[in-house]
Design a protein around this ligand. Sequence first.
Ligand SMILES: Cc1cc2nc3c(=O)[nH]c(=O)nc-3n(C[C@H](O)[C@H](O)[C@H](O)COP(=O)(O)O)c2cc1C
Length: 172
Amino acid sequence: MNEVLKCIATRRSIKGYSDRMPSKEDIDLVIKAGLEAASGLNKQAPIIVAVTNKEVRDRLEEVNGRLYNKSGTFYGAPVVLVVLAKKEAHTYVYDGSCTLANMMLAAHSLGLGACWIHRAKPTFEMPEWQEWLKEIGITEEVEGIGHLVLGYPSGEYPKEKPRREGRVFYVD
Ligand SMILES: Cc1cc2nc3c(=O)[nH]c(=O)nc-3n(C[C@H](O)[C@H](O)[C@H](O)COP(=O)(O)O)c2cc1C
């Protein structure tokens, strides 16, 4: 198996992190992988907001938990890469998903852990978070696609999850 396939096969969603902050260099490599994702008509609709500020990270987790009726939904990860996408591109949700997938693999290749955390859409529909987007300079109409929480895994690395059978059809 080549290195890319090995990385794909061994990536897991990490659901426990130490509070050690990844280097800016590694965070930027993960972001770069996200920016390199394919996009419909090459519109490059996704936008990535890299949150390392603890107060903002905690506020995002609090609203995420409120939407899910659960606490600790970011699993202690110190970094949140929020993926939003400009709605003008008709494939914006798919584009944002490609961005998140690339970043998950890049994180794993660098020895970092990552997990897609849902509920970015309702979070960034809230007036206070729309206002926050404007404050940081995002003025276009965007939709929240997903949060990628990022950091160093703590505890045991998750076991491989068997993939369901019967999901591939060959037409020769
Ligand atoms: C669209 C999407 C949304 C997800 N949302 C969450 C989430 O909100 N919380 C969470 O703990 N994991 C979330 N995950 C991670 C899944 O739980 C995980 O991908 C799945 O259990 C398979 O495990 P694996 O990624 O290790 O193969 C999400 C994954 C995807 C693709």
